[in-house]
Design a protein around this ligand. Structure first.
Ligand code: FCB
Length: 457
């Protein structure tokens, strides 16, 4: 099974999850420093203080990427390295680190794909309201302009935001992520200001005139009823509205979905922060859409929810994991067909534009055996099935141009700390030794052949 010539195979990471060096070279604090250091927020009290120590091991990690034959590398820039308190002139040392990274990638013929915001908001901006304040959207565009000015000559792929749904809802609605708020109104307002920040940053970068490709990354999930009941079908529609359409509609249609707004109006939460002209900026044309895919939401109607702050409880819906599904170490169902559905849906319902899978992968309870080998066959079959599902979407017309596996390295998995391993490369956190897993070697072969052999078991 082959992929088109020029199909881009790579891996993805994010700054706070791998860099460490949180106090170095002028970096300011981010909301994830604050959140992870507050007791009770992250499993075992883990923080990103050291993480994979990538900041100090840059050359070694670049060499490993080259050894694996990666063609692309998606990474994110830590805003508080560039603007320690979220405004004003750039901290040159912060920019220098990313300059070394992109130059190192180019020297090794690896295409850089840069994400401007993967959740590490400067704490100083949070103190002034964070994403619930319109000022943060404006600051974000200013920050985007600084990074673009420094790196637009060497980086061709620019992603404004990673997963605005997660930043808005896990961060402000359900309190699972930084800044840890539990308020639907704050989540809606954050959602709009994230999208507005995207629109303003796009405008800023476009005005420079360089011929780069600019896009945004969404996490998308098909949403389906758990049981054959109208009430569950309605619950699935509500979840689809909040998780998918609340982002796809403003980006591609310049309008928010009315059913979602009216549901939240019923709860006393609204989108009154939207001003004239915002949606025009948010819906300005994209060069590509990044899609992060992990699983499908299977949901049941749950009007009597007894955990009022659980994800989707405010939608009177409860996620369930089908009995028959294979589950990853995150407890997430393995569902490659969902990837095909999502990619085809974008083309059929929204826009026929270039797509990249900017994240997909699974957590495994990995360990190094007595010979030091990490035999993650489950990850190999997972990736094999998802690559085939992506190919199927392409056969059905989706214009998919590349695939970034999450993740290059095991890393700080947000509220799960270091307990969940997603890497193609195993990290022994005590020694920082990197060991490519079976999946890394297998992926190198996929890239080399630009395709797949016989289906994995
Ligand atoms: C996504 C995040 C990424 C990683 C994966 C497992 O939601 O973008 O940073 O944590 O999930």
């Amino acid at each position: 099974m082959n992929f088109p010539e020029n199909f881009l195979w790579g891996t993805a990471t994010a700054s706070y999850q791998i860099e460490g060096a949180v106090d170095e070279d002028g970096r300011g604090a981010s909301i994830w420093d604050t959140f992870s250091h507050a007791p009770g927020n992250v499993y075992r009290g883990d923080t990103g203080d050291v993480a994979c120590d990538h900041y100090h091991r840059l050359e070694e990690d670049l060499d490993l990427m080259a050894e694996l034959g990666l063609q692309a590398y998606r990474f994110s820039v830590a805003w508080p390295r560039v603007q320690p308190d979220g405004s004003g002139p750039a901290n040159q040392k912060g920019l220098d680190f990313y300059r070394r990274l992109v130059d190192g990638l180019r020297e090794r013929s690896i295409e850089p794909m840069l994400t401007l915001y993967h959740w590490d908001l400067p704490q100083a901006l949070e103190d002034r309201g964070g994403w619930t304040s319109r000022e943060t959207s404006e600051r974000f565009a200013e920050y985007a302009g600084l990074v673009y000015g420094a790196l637009s000559g060497t980086v061709s792929y620019w992603i404004t935001l990673n997963e605005p749904w997660v930043a808005a809802w896990l961060g402000h609605g359900y309190g699972v992520h930084a800044p840890g708020k539990q308020d639907a109104g704050a989540a809606l307002s954050a959602s709009h200001h994230l999208l507005l920040g995207h629109g303003l940053a796009m405008e800023r970068m476009r005005s420079v005139g360089d011929d780069n490709r600019l896009g945004v990354t969404l996490n998308l999930h098909p949403a389906v009823p758990g049981r054959d009941r109208d009430a569950d079908r309605e619950a699935a529609r509500r979840v689809d509205g909040q998780a998918n359409r609340l982002y796809l509609d403003p980006l591609f249609r310049g309008a928010y979905p009315e059913d979602v707004l009216s549901h939240y109006r019923g709860l006393g939460a609204d989108l009154s922060v939207v001003r004239d002209g915002d949606l025009r900026k948010i819906s300005a044309p994209l060069d590509f859409l990044g899609v992060n895919y992990y699983f499908r939401h299977t949901v049941r109607d749950a009007p009597e929810e007894d955990a009022p702050d659980a994800p989707f409880a405010d939608l009177d819906a409860r996620p369930i994991v089908p009995h028959a599904a294979e589950k990853t170490a995150m407890g997430w169902p393995v569902d490659p067909e969902g990837l095909t559905e999502i990619l085809v849906r974008i083309k059929e319902e929204y826009a026929d534009l270039p797509l990249y899978v900017t994240e997909n992968g699974r957590a495994v309870h990995d360990y190094a055996d007595p010979n030091g080998e990490v035999k993650d066959d489950e990850r190999v079959s997972y990736l094999d099935a998802h690559f085939r599902a992506a190919r199927e979407a392409m056969d059905r017309g989706a214009d998919l141009r590349g695939y970034m596996v999450w993740s290059f390295l095991d890393n700080f998995e947000w509220a799960e700390g270091y307990s969940k391993r997603f890497g193609l490369v195993f990290v022994d956190y005590a020694t920082q030794k990197r060991t490519p897993k079976t999946s890394a070697r297998w992926y190198s072969e996929v890239i080399r052949r630009n395709g797949l052999g016989e289906p994995a078991r």
